[in-house]
Ligand binder design. Structure first.
Ligand code: DX5
Ligand code: ZN
Length: 216
């Protein structure tokens, strides 16, 4: 299991140091939540901030776009140094065209689905995806409760990925903690995003190690 701390729960006044802290603590991936106050009822940060932070760690930057028109900003996030770009199937942009923009920039493309969206919507694009992000809370805020029902989607996607002989990764995001991560692991998740569970813990290294150990 790969652990991707979500910086949404970090101390934003020390953003760069917080990335370095989770990097040293053993994070596999750095998860960055971009919100536009329209697709979700919250605002965070954009590409210029990510660009300034890029040198804080060598780990892959996993940019989760919770924005209505992702196609307008793919170039900016690619220039900022994103390694993975996820956008939502529920957005207003054309999915195929937005994936093409990500592919053209050599960034790893991912599609994200909200809790109310069936996993079937990603099937037409599955062969092009580096990763599918299955939301396990309504996107917008950290600290919400994990929705175990979403594991049916993970099981479904895992089977479809295997049948097609793909290497597509499955990520879950929201409510991942010591009492929920084993459920995700059993369902076949590859990457767990964890905000509160890492940044709310007294020691990030211990928190990440405990989460990983619970998947074995
Ligand atoms: C929510 C974000 C998550 C969030 C997860 O919309 O996409 O990445 O930070 O936070 P926790 O782990 O606290 O549920
Ligand atoms: Zn996220």
């Amino acid at each position: 299991m790969l652990i991707a701390p979500s910086l949404l729960s970090c101390d934003f006044s020390r953003f760069g140091e917080e990335i370095k802290r989770v990097d040293k603590a053993g994070a596999d991936i750095i998860h960055l939540d971009v919100m536009d106050g329209h697709f979700v009822p919250n605002l965070t940060f954009g590409a210029p901030v990510i660009k300034k932070l890029r040198s804080a760690a060598d780990k892959p930057f996993d940019v989760h776009l919770m924005i209505s028109q992702p196609h307008r900003y793919i170039g900016d996030f690619a220039d900022a140094g994103a390694d993975i770009i996820s956008f939502h199937t529920e957005c207003d942009s054309d999915i195929g065209e937005t994936l093409a923009l990500i592919e053209k920039r050599g960034v790893k493309p991912a599609l994200a689905i909200k809790p109310g969206t069936p996993a079937q919507v990603v099937l037409p694009y599955l062969d092009r995806l580096y990763m599918v992000l299955v939301m396990t809370v309504e996107p917008g805020f950290g600290g919400q409760s994990f929705m175990p029902d979403m594991m049916d989607k993970v099981v479904f996607l895992r089977k479809e990925i295997a049948e097609r002989g793909l290497n597509t990764l499955i990520e879950v995001d929201g409510g991942i903690a010591k009492d929920t991560i084993a459920t995700a692991a059993k369902a076949g998740v590859d990457i767990c995003v964890a905000g509160t569970a890492v940044f709310g813990a007294p020691d990030a290294k211990t928190a990440i190690e405990e989460l990983r150990a619970l998947c074995k």
